[in-house]
Write a protein that binds this ligand. Sequence first.
Ligand SMILES: NC(=O)c1ccc[n+]([C@@H]2O[C@H](COP(=O)([O-])OP(=O)(O)OC[C@H]3O[C@@H](n4cnc5c(N)ncnc54)[C@H](OP(=O)(O)O)[C@@H]3O)[C@@H](O)[C@H]2O)c1
Length: 443
Amino acid sequence: MRAVVPVDTGRIGFADVDDVRPGADEMVIEVAAFSINRGETFQLERPQDGWRPGKDIAGRVIEAAPDGPPVGTRVVAHLPHSGWAERVTAPATQVAVLPDTISFAQAAALPLAGLTALRLLRTAGSVIGRRILLTGASGGVGHYFTELAAGAGACVTAVVSSPARGEQLLELGAQDLVYDVGDAPGPYDLVFESVGGESLPVALSKLVPGGDLIWFGEVSRQPVTLDFFDFFTAPEAARIRHFHYVHGRDDEDLATLVRLVASGRLHPELGRVEDWSRTDAVLDDLRERRIRGNAVLTLHEEEAAPMDPKTVVTRYVEAVAAGDLPTIRAGFAPDVVWTYPGDLPLSGDWKGREMVVDEFLGAAAGNLFAPGTPVTIKLVNVIADGEQVFAEWIAQATARAGGAYDNKCGGVFTVRDGLIVAVREYLDTDHARRVLFPAESMP
Ligand SMILES: NC(=O)c1ccc[n+]([C@@H]2O[C@H](COP(=O)([O-])OP(=O)(O)OC[C@H]3O[C@@H](n4cnc5c(N)ncnc54)[C@H](OP(=O)(O)O)[C@@H]3O)[C@@H](O)[C@H]2O)c1
């Protein structure tokens, strides 16, 4: 079978290698996609004899293990090595089953980075209401960690190199971005440090007395120098804790990550998805910091079956209710058209995903409602007939002018290939005019 092999310091090639031979407790998986982790770029520089790269894969079971899922099941797996190949073996303890709604590319981006983020948070204990500083935040681990920590109630300050590297982190729940760790306002209850070099001592100085710095990487390749006397000016009794993500079996935590993605609470940031023939070039791009989030290589075109129209609309309205911007955006086709009724300033056709999300929905949230007050969306009913879905919801909020907005709304959604392509909305436009646009109601 074909596999990626190390050929020279840091570089890779393709070779025909012996086909896999599963152990008694192992299944064989036909690999559809794999992802590259920063640590693997380091391992490639000094490969051990016989070692092949590849820890994160997604694919289909072609030979079952005694206690694993049956042949044909779509799975994601975390392996010790050798995953960048047409086939791999894995025991059930390293595998989770994938629903059809998660693509192989999304799934392949999950294991090492997702497990690391999940276990970093577990190491920290409860983070609700705690202030967190995260360095190296725009990578694979950083995106997962930010969304999980924000979802668990933490206030996350993310250190990134540019606004473009941080914009998705803000959508995933980061409270603020800084472009230099020295500018982080602080103090922080917890620091998660993975850059090393000069970053760690500066990040350490941002802790509250008795705070924890959890050290999990050295992506800059610069060793850390700590001066004993610096501790006299640093927060008293700060602790540095070393972290490594490996914790025995991975099946349960992988299943948790899959469940979070399937329910729209975790969003893999696929900075790059390419055919695996381009693995060497993508490795270069990762080393040169040209990729935001995860880099994924695919062996087969096969994709997850698109979600059925009723689920797409239900998920969309629930995402609006939760203020989950990434899921809202992902639900629309690029050329979606939203038709708002009546003759209000919002009425008419809103064309294209950016216009619908950023201008139409964004205008409603940003200009029409009182800042800092809740907007409540209650889904009442969803009825589907082929690609047409009718949804009914109640929207309640405090208008910017102070009045109580309370409207029963309906929308006829057209859904194709798992994406919303058109919406015709109906609502009480008189109520909207009186409460949201009082100036328009003047005689
Ligand atoms: N301890 C563990 O068990 C464990 C497990 C997994 C990963 N890790 C470590 O965690 C770190 C993040 O992993 P990852 O997979 O998320 O990596 P990644 O996707 O490559 O992301 C690396 C991040 O570090 C930033 N960075 C800052 N200074 C950098 C520099 N001098 N060189 C390169 N990047 C720099 C990058 O920012 P830009 O966007 O500006 O490029 C990027 O956000 C790595 O150090 C990795 O080895 C540790």
